[in-house]
Design a protein around this ligand. Structure first.
Ligand code: SF4
Length: 333
């Protein structure tokens, strides 16, 4: 049980997204679950396995991207070293002059961007920094070419640089192989779990993932997964039981709680995903839905204060599927 102090300086109990799901299914089901300990149900075990797989996928994706960067650094390095090596083998005043001119041109571009930097709006500073670094780098490389063409040929140094370039290329090939291998593994895991597009940035694995908190509304939770699709954060809730004909209200409420947590901890999400096996429902994050959720949270707080909780439906089918019907005094089936 996690407690916090709200804006009225009262100590209030946080309500979890999982409890909101139970309450939305049937208030009595939630109430009875508060008296139960942690249950290692089939669903929990399935969830844990999905979490493990997704975590594995997330790590493979990150490694694949790291190796991809390695490919770029090694390949660019190899090309530059090879080019410097070639210039060591020849003497050419013409090429020396051309590269001198190019080096000065890129130096001027770099100085121009440096001069404009202070007058820029914050949003452009990152792009300008990248252009400045690129311009300064090109200027340096062209200067090296110009000096090499200007000097007398140095065959020994030229050949050493060509061999070094070859070794860098072998390094780039290794990184490419590893990047493809990890990328392939990630794709297989995504297919296996029926995951939609996007980079996995958070997985609820064995409760080690950080708990997301909303201090404003007193809600906590760990979404099964958090995807980053472009610039959007998308919470994902995976359900392992029977596949319903449409998304269930209680699951929508749970997902809405996660969207609210994403709003407070990252940025306002546009939507969340509810997954029943390979069936995926996109739930838009709308004001009406958020209001219904907050109303449910308010009702739960009232129930905790008064201890008055009852069944709120007349559907025997609901009771038949309820995991607490054995101990429920108001069950219909
Ligand atoms: S058995 Fe029926 S009334 Fe009882 S908690 Fe479950 S759904 Fe609610």
């Amino acid at each position: 049980m996690i407690k916090y102090t709200d804006m009225h300086k009262c100590v209030v109990e946080y309500i979890s997204a999982g409890d909101i799901e139970k309450y939305s299914y049937c208030p009595l089901s939630w109430w009875l679950s508060r008296k139960e300990g942690h249950r290692e149900s089939e669903g929990v075990i399935k969830h844990r396995n999905i979490g493990k797989k997704a975590k594995e996928g997330m790590e493979n994706y990150r490694k694949s991207k790291d190796f991809e960067r390695g490919v770029m650094y090694f390949a660019v390095g190899a090309v530059l070293v090879a080019l410097v090596g070639v210039t060591m083998l020849y003497e050419s005043k013409v090429w020396a002059t051309v590269f001198h001119a190019l080096a000065i041109l890129w130096l001027i571009i770099s100085v121009y961007f440096l001069w404009r930097y202070d007058r820029l709006e914050e949003q452009w500073k990152g792009t300008f920094t990248r252009i400045m670094v690129m311009a300064a780098l090109l200027s340096t490389v062209f200067s090296i070419f110009a000096v090499s063409f200007f000097m007398n040929p140095n065959y020994l140094l030229g050949y050493i640089l060509e061999i070094a370039s070859l070794l860098w290329l072998i390094g780039a090939t290794y990184f490419l192989y590893e990047s493809m291998r990890k990328g392939l593994h990630y794709s297989q895991i995504r297919q296996e779990l029926h995951l939609p597009d996007g980079e996995i940035i958070y997985v609820d694995d064995l409760k080690k993932a950080p708990l997301l908190k909303s201090k404003k509304y007193g809600i906590v939770g760990r979404p099964d997964m958090l995807l980053k699709v472009g610039k959007e954060y998308v919470p994902v809730e995976i359900k392992t039981g029977r596949v319903p004909r449409g998304p269930l209200f209680s699951h929508i409420m749970q997902l809405t709680a996660y969207m609210l947590l994403v709003e407070e901890n990252f940025s306002i999400p546009l939507y969340g995903l509810l997954m029943y096996g390979s069936t995926v429902y996109r739930i838009e994050y709308e004001e009406d839905l958020k209001n219904i959720l907050l109303q449910k949270v308010e009702e739960m707080r009232k129930a905790m204060r008064t201890g008055e909780v009852h069944r709120n439906h007349n559907r025997p089918g609901k009771c038949r599927h309820c995991s607490r019907r054995e101990i429920c005094p108001e069950r219909l089936a």
